[in-house]
Ligand binder design. Structure first.
Ligand code: ADE
Ligand code: ZN
Ligand code: ZN
Length: 296
């Protein structure tokens, strides 16, 4: 009986992994974002990350999908992975859009980015905050949500749940539009261009950052009026890209193939780059030349 139950729990877990659209960028997208960020961290930020992630040996990329893994267990965290906007408006507005389905304010991806940044910052100003907050979880949530807010369909339309209800074919495979942007574009790129090796894809994006996008980096990193964190422009960019690239020529019943894949892949690669560079810039601002009081 016990083994039988274990078997079915195992089956259910495998099935849950396969249900598209529930997770953020797929595991590979989040890993890429955090790997790219690691390359731009200052000494101070690296030291803080190491202190907060002792079990991961300070490797941010290895815990970048943790927030997806706990989503079913920590039910309240589900709405923190995205923010939905009114249909076809292609505009994002924090006050109008950042709430969960019960209307609880700040329960969305940009609200979560503000919240976890505040938790980590407060560790410097208030030694009690280490009793109040779990700073390890704050860092893992923050790193994950910076990735999510850059996935265009994580700032998509309310009516189709960010493309989750738009059933399409990706080449011959039946899936939905949200899953295409979380996983399939990256998976097809890995197979077609990068010998199925994520490390090679990440290297190619890193080369683009230093070669092609070099002039844009400082504008990617900067926040208006020298704030520590500014997720709202990232969400606005995402919904614009959702309208211009994700939703265009993709309605229920569409078959998406080479035309769609080859024209959207550059958008995905640039969003992964921006998320990585901005995550590093944010962590560098949070962990600036101060000594984090070690967590007991
Ligand atoms: N559920 C509802 N809207 C969503 C979105 N934009 N992204 C992911 N999951 C969602
Ligand atoms: Zn997510
Ligand atoms: Zn997703």
């Amino acid at each position: 009986m016990f083994w039988n139950e274990l078997f079915w729990i195992g089956r259910a877990l495998v099935l849950l992994q396969l249900i598209p659209g529930i997770l953020g960028w797929g595991k590979q997208g989040h890993f890429a974002v955090c790997k790219i960020a690691e390359g731009y961290l200052t000494e101070d930020a690296l030291a803080a990350v190491k202190l907060l992630l002792p079990d991961a040996g300070g490797d941010l990329a290895s815990v970048c999908s943790w927030a997806d893994e706990v989503k079913f267990h920590l039910r309240w965290s589900g709405p923190l992975h995205y923010v939905d906007t009114p249909d076809f408006r292609c505009k994002y507005d924090y006050c109008r859009d950042c709430h969960d389905t019960h209307g609880h304010e700040n329960m969305c991806v940009t609200g979560a980015i503000y919240n976890y940044t505040m938790q980590l910052l407060s560790a410097y100003n208030d030694s009690n905050s280490q009793m109040k907050y779990n700073l390890t979880e704050a860092l893992m949530f923050l790193s994950h949500f910076i990735g999510d807010v850059h996935q265009p369909l994580h700032v998509g339309f309310l009516g189709d749940l960010g493309g989750n209800t738009i059933v399409i074919r990706w080449y011959r495979r039946k899936t939905n539009l949200h899953h295409v942007w979380d996983n399939m574009i990256i998976e097809s790129a890995l197979k077609t261009f990068y010998g199925s090796d994520l490390a090679i894809m990440i290297q190619a994006i890193q080369r683009n950052i230093t070669d092609s996008w070099f002039n844009e980096i400082s504008s990617w990193k900067s926040c208006t009026s020298d704030r520590t964190v500014c997720p709202d422009p990232y969400a606005s960019e995402s919904v614009h890209l959702a309208c211009k690239f994700a939703y265009r020529n993709a309605t229920t019943g569409s078959t998406l193939g080479d035309d769609y894949f080859l024209s959207r892949l550059p958008v995905v690669e640039k969003r992964l780059a921006q998320a990585g560079v901005r995550l590093a810039a944010l962590l560098n601002r949070i962990f600036v030349s101060q000594t984090l009081i070690a967590q007991e």
